[in-house]
Design a protein around this ligand. Structure first.
Ligand code: MLT
Length: 390
């Protein structure tokens, strides 16, 4: 049973590996607090669940769904873009439903990459970008996201021969794992670079509704020329606490959206229609639940950053996302620090090198555990890690 070459070097998913560590620690009797995966702990808002329950009884929803998404779902996504970003989208041609944005991010590589082609991926970055590229038989060129550049890639240092072979570029703001944000001037630079080298931009905007302190992310599609060169991925997962429901979308350039829909109609059968109807209720209903979610994460962010700063870190408050991305203390690697924190405090953090070489020297804390557990995790770290040097 020899595996295909394309998966021989494919490791288990980062969070599957972390789950193994959690299971092993729990088996030893440790009361593990996982600040690992970004998986919201709070329930999906009541009105969305109610809509799912109602629609689950409708036999029309028990059949195959529309491959690219129900018209009502695609229209709701386009209404959301109009309301939130003043971006006009044709629900029929510029929106495709995804079974969570993760699958679209993986499948887009199949649409545009041949062996020998290059995709530009951020480092550190969500592992699915480079895995999709690898499964398509192409190569990833890693764009370093450095703290001194605000965790934005520097397009000027990408060699011209690499840019000439590149077909796709993944960007992601607000950023996982760093929590960094991007503005219109940055997206304009990306668009000019993409136009010069004929590259499709795939902007992952999964965290665009999680923002604090008066900051509000813009959409990549708001920027002039964006629709000529790219698409944006979005998701119900983090905004409405719906990671398990698998409902997302890609929007933007009609040709790219059509290609993604064509791949998908051949390999999957779309999202359960009752889930789509519930997502429509989320997108078009009251957004008070989203404001509440932001208030909860802002409070947790403050606890984590103030708590770590009291232990010797010197972190600024992040303006968006559910992540905090500190450097490891002196004398540690990402992995050795994550191991120490698990061993001494029973707390799981994600080692930064799981997001790429440039993540080495950092770790990620996810704010998606109940606040009292988060505070307990910080207490345990304070009590058990001893004096740390920075
Ligand atoms: C993360 O923790 O980086 C994400 O939640 C993982 C995912 O979306 O698979």
């Amino acid at each position: 049973m020899e595996e295909a070459k394309r998966i021989q070097s494919l490791p288990p998913y980062l969070f599957a590996r972390i789950d193994e560590k959690i299971t092993a620690a729990k088996a030893k009797g440790v009361d593990v607090i996982s600040l690992g995966i970004g998986d919201p702990d709070r329930p999906t808002p009541e009105h969305i669940i109610r809509k799912l329950a109602e629609e689950a009884y409708n036999p029309a929803n028990h059949r195959y769904p529309s491959y690219v998404g129900m018209p009502e779902y695609r229209q709701a996504v386009s209404d959301y873009y109009q309301r939130r970003f003043n971006v006009e989208l044709d629900g029929k041609k510029e929106v495709v439903a995804l079974i969570g944005s993760k699958e679209g991010i993986a499948h887009i590589a199949w649409c545009y990459l041949n062996p020998g082609d290059i995709a530009l991926v951020p480092d550190p970055g969500y592992p699915v970008y480079s895995v999709g590229v690898m499964l398509a038989g192409a190569e990833s060129y890693r764009m370093p996201l450095l703290e001194e550049n605000g965790f934005l890639p520097d397009f000027d240092i990408i060699p011209a021969d690499v840019a000439a072979r590149a077909k796709l570029m993944f960007l992601n703001y607000p950023n996982n794992p760093t929590g960094a944000t991007a503005d219109a001037a940055f997206y304009s630079k990306a668009i000019a670079f993409a136009k010069k080298y004929d590259i499709i931009i795939c902007h992952d905007a999964a965290y665009q509704e999680i923002y604090f302190d008066g900051y509000k992310p813009i959409s990549f599609l708001e920027v002039e020329g964006a629709k000529d060169v790219g698409i944006e991925f979005g998701s119900m997962s983090k905004t409405y606490n719906m990671t398990g429901w698998r409902a997302g979308w890609a929007v933007g350039n009609a040709r790219v959206i059509e290609a993604l829909g064509r791949i998908k109609s051949n390999v999957d059968s779309g999202i359960f229609q009752a889930v789509q109807a519930a997502a429509v209720a989320g997108l078009l209903g009251s957004q008070d639940c989203v404001a509440e979610m932001r208030a909860v994460y802002r409070e947790r962010r403050d606890f984590v950053i103030d708590g770590l700063n009291a232990m010797g870190w010197n972190l600024k408050k992040t303006l968006a996302t559910i992540y905090v991305w500190p450097r490891v203390p002196a004398g540690f690697t990402s992995s050795s620090f994550a191991e120490l924190v698990l061993e001494k405090a029973g707390v799981v953090i994600t080692p930064g090198n799981g997001y790429g070489e440039c993540g080495e020297g950092y770790f990620r804390i996810s704010l998606t555990v109940p606040t009292e557990r988060l505070l307990e995790a910080l207490d345990r770290m304070r009590a058990s890690l001893g004096r740390l040097k920075f």
